[in-house]
Design a binder for this molecule. Structure first.
Ligand SMILES: C[S@@+](CC[C@H](N)C(=O)[O-])C[C@H]1O[C@@H](n2cnc3c(N)ncnc32)[C@H](O)[C@@H]1O
Length: 249
């Protein structure tokens, strides 16, 4: 049986596997994705930040330590929200449970919105991107990361066991749901092209000002072999899109 995003993370075994994996050194998240997200978010001092699909909230903790004025996390998984609330206890950060497909946000409340590795679980980005755009202040920034489209469009057969040695990208323009074996379960991820993400931001009235593929950088790795492996194929796509300043601003 395959599961949708939040219910996938609410499976006890999968949740445990995921949290254990995130503790490892040199995870793709820490070595590839996070450095680019941080770079695109820029200086967070004084920023009001919304984090969609916030997971365990540790990113929020780091943003607050780095000087963010406020942090609000939203996640659809009960397990994640529970852990995130515990991680953020005693800080200015808040976390609530919510599905991004039904996002309701106050207008012009945030100066930064981020969505790290969650949007490929959504079947349609239209509502979520519009809600993000409306919740951003003039000149505010939306930074999101997703599994790279060459990964979401590569065959799942090769993922059945062991360290993957080759990737077959196929049906790249056949966008839509693909069932993937991951963390000991089957999850539905929605494949989109690079262009689709770009256009979704444009339709929401945002101007894409950064598009990155999380190119590996040696200084982020403790292991040379892993660094070389990560140069084989891009794992992440990271986009920064800005809400244009109001004409009267
Ligand atoms: C791969 S984890 C990433 C967590 C965190 N952003 C990070 O980078 O560490 C994906 C997260 O997205 C959440 N999620 C998936 N689909 C969602 C949806 N439709 N609405 C809200 N949250 C969702 C999951 O519960 C999970 O916590």
């Amino acid at each position: 049986m395959s599961l949708e995003g939040p219910s996938f993370y609410d499976d006890a075994t999968i949740f445990q596997n995921y949290m254990k994996r995130r503790e490892r050194t040199d995870t793709p998240n820490d070595t590839l994705e996070l450095p680019v997200v941080e770079e695109l978010l820029g200086n967070v001092v004084g920023q009001d930040i919304l984090d969609l699909g916030c997971g365990d909230g540790r990113f929020g903790l780091n943003l607050l330590k780095a000087g963010a004025s406020s942090y609000r996390g939203i996640d659809g998984s009960e397990n994640m929200v529970r852990v995130a609330q515990a991680n953020l206890a005693g800080t200015a950060g808040t976390v609530s449970k919510g599905a991004l497909e039904e996002l309701r946000l106050p207008p012009e409340a945030f100066s930064r919105v981020c969505a790290r590795l969650v949007l490929h679980y959504l079947q349609d980005l239209t509502h979520t991107f519009r809600a993000v755009s409306e919740s951003l202040r003039s000149d505010g920034l939306f930074v999101f990361s997703v599994e790279h489209p060459v990964i979401t469009s590569s065959d799942i057969a090769a993922q059945e066991s062991g360290l993957r040695q080759n990737w077959t990208v196929d049906g790249y323009f056949n966008t839509g749901p693909r069932v993937t074996n991951w963390m000991g379960g089957k999850v539905v991820k929605h494949h989109r092209t690079v262009e689709d993400y770009f256009v979704a931001a444009q339709i929401a009235g945002l101007v894409v000002e950064g598009l990155r593929e999380a190119r590996p950088r040696r200084e982020h790795f403790t292991d040379e072999e892993l660094y070389n492996r990560r140069k084989r194929i891009p794992l992440f796509l990271v986009v920064a899109a800005r809400k244009p300043p109001r004409a009267d601003a």
